[in-house]
Design a protein around this ligand. Structure first.
Ligand SMILES: NC(=O)C1=CN([C@@H]2O[C@H](COP(=O)(O)OP(=O)(O)OC[C@H]3O[C@@H](n4cnc5c(N)ncnc54)[C@H](O)[C@@H]3O)[C@@H](O)[C@H]2O)[C@H](O)CC1
Ligand code: K
Length: 517
């Protein structure tokens, strides 16, 4: 499913009207009916059935006015409150306002601060507040009377339903324009906006419901807007159904270069996640001195002890053995707990030059790359990099705050520049492909911000790649499954007590939830 900004949505609106001849007032009618459907569901839980619909003078307000008519028609007590200069009302909204007046629905304009106390009372007394002030047309900081009205809405304990996007959240990036409505539910029209998905805006949406309002699907498919939401259907289509006549060789040979003294846990978590993601075979190259520990901790993986140059750390002297095992594998992952050494840069350079299989780079491999990004150009096969925002900052020399203000763009630029698939972990995790496409993940929770969670994701990516899944699809499915497993763990344990091992334990169930077996 595409995720759009206001400009792209307007383009699709215009295409629907100009190329398909669907009048805007029809789209508004569909929008109002879709909103009505959701309000009726929410009203079912409310004692008080009165609805106050707070409208702006644009088409978002128009959607609210259409919903008012349908609710009135169904016998619900409706109050419509239009903020601002009614003379500026959009054409389609005016058509609907005039109909409401003929139906003698209670419709008033809020034009002065002195109207706010009365409105506040109405908002506190009703069962549902509908926020139809701003949608994708919000284009500056919210001030003055509208600011006071949004403050009044947020001060009540009344259930709030926002149309398309909570008013005050910018559709293009989720920025809060001074103040925004805190919604219990947002009825998103046709396609999610970036502001519905990206924080901080995503925090204001409450439960999100996407409703079709009649924009032709073929027009949406033809749009080359690059941002997509990762959905369960998308992941289900990616995960191969298993044939009966198969053996472990069919599910690939994964190879991991990981671990160093004190960091065997990272290697262990990655290995477990590789196998729990369905890979057939797994070898893990670890420093010789850690072999006994790993042999004890890992039952299903084969350890490949490397004669270490420096105790407990993989070094360039091991490269022969690493390359040889790599050439017998279907995917190689480097970095979890490897230790930050200049040696690792050399190991990476050799691997990049020799690899004909997909490469997954995480943690210390990314930190090593921070000094030597140019060696990424040596890679001839597919590469998936999995930085969290801090590692991305070191990789790009862009401050963390700036990355978080523009996650999608920064991830996309890096992927294109270095011809790699980039998983930028965080809220939200972004998967960016060198061909310019972006996939935004919305599964997962703050409980996953715990040591080792990233090692598990690396293992899932590696495990799916081992099974021959196309790299971009493996990255998409991995971040989604990682989040679903984390959500299952949080549902069982809460967000505080959740540790990375719990995500690994829930992973098979997450896969089963999607694949069905
Ligand atoms: N295909 C669809 O998604 C459809 C969406 N519809 C609805 O239309 C809105 C977008 O409507 P638009 O008229 O462009 O603007 P808004 O209603 O979002 O904003 C109203 C108006 O407010 C002015 N404005 C902007 N920022 C501020 C501010 N900070 N302070 C004061 N005034 C401000 C600006 O002039 C805007 O025009 C979309 O979200 C959907 O809800 C269609 O109804 C159906 C098709
Ligand atoms: K709104």
């Amino acid at each position: 499913m595409k995720v759009v900004d206001g400009i792209e949505m307007k383009k699709l609106d215009r295409k629907a009207m100009e190329e398909y001849g669907i009048p805007g007032v029809i789209l508004m009618e569909h929008a109002g009916m879709a909103v009505t459907e959701e309000i009726l569901k929410d009203l079912a839980h409310q004692e008080n059935k009165e609805i106050v619909i707070v409208c702006g003078t644009g088409n978002n307000g128009g959607d609210g006015v259409v919903a008012a008519r349908h609710l009135h028609q169904k016998g619900f007590p409706v109050k419509v409150r239009i903020i601002g200069d009614i003379a500026r009302i959009s054409e389609d909204a005016k058509i609907n306002c005039d109909i409401l007046k003929k139906l003698r629905v209670d419709i008033k304009t809020i034009i002065d601060f002195k109207d706010v106390p009365k409105l506040s009372e109405e908002l506190s007394r009703c069962g549902v507040i509908v926020d139809a002030i701003f949608g994708t047309g919000l284009n500056k900081e919210v001030q003055g009377l509208t600011r006071e009205v949004i403050l009044a809405v947020n001060r009540t304990n009344t259930y709030v339903l926002s149309i398309d996007i909570p008013s005050g959240v910018r559709a293009s990036d989720g920025h809060i324009c001074g103040i925004a409505v805190k919604a219990d539910k947002t009825v998103v029209l046709q396609l999610p906006k970036i502001g519905n998905i990206q924080f901080p805006g995503a925090d204001y949406a409450g439960e999100m419901v996407v409703k079709d309002i009649g924009i032709p699907h073929e027009a949406i498919e033809k749009s080359n807007f690059p941002i997509n939401l990762i959905t369960a259907d998308m992941v289900q289509a990616i995960l191969p159904q298993r044939r009966k006549d198969t053996h472990k060789g069919n599910y690939g040979k994964a190879y991991i270069v990981a671990g160093s003294t004190g960091m065997t846990g990272a290697a262990m978590l990655t290995c477990e996640a590789v196998l729990r993601s369905g890979a057939g075979l797994l070898k893990v190259a670890i420093p010789q001195s850690l072999n006994n520990i790993m042999e004890v901790r890992l039952t299903e993986a084969i350890t490949v002890p490397l004669p270490e140059l420096k105790k407990g750390v993989v070094g360039i002297s091991d490269i022969e053995k690493i390359i040889k095992t790599m050439q017998e594998s279907d995917v190689i992952a480097v970095g979890p707990g490897s230790g930050q050494t200049r040696e690792l840069e050399e190991v990476l350079r050799n691997i990049f030059e020799a690899a004909t299989i997909p490469i997954v780079l995480d943690a210390d491999a990314l930190n090593a790359l921070a000094h030597r990004q140019e060696i990424l150009k040596l890679i001839k096969s597919a590469a998936v990099l999995t930085p969290h925002t801090g590692e991305m900052s070191r990789l790009t020399n862009i401050p963390v705050e700036e990355i978080n203000r523009n996650r999608i763009q920064i991830a996309l630029e890096f992927a294109k520049k270095w011809n790699v698939i980039l998983i930028l972990k965080g809220a939200r995790t972004i998967v960016a492909s060198p061909d310019g496409k972006v996939f935004v993940n919305t599964t997962g929770n703050p409980g996953m911000a715990t040591a080792g969670s990233g090692d598990v994701l690396t293992g899932i990516v590696t495990g799916l790649l081992a099974q021959g899944i196309q790299p971009i699809k493996a990255a998409i499915a991995a971040v989604y499954l990682h989040g679903v497993a984390g959500d299952r763990a949080a549902a069982r344990l809460g967000e505080y007590g959740l540790i990375a091992g719990d995500i690994v334990l829930e992973l098979p169930y997450a896969i089963k939830e999607i694949v069905g077996k």
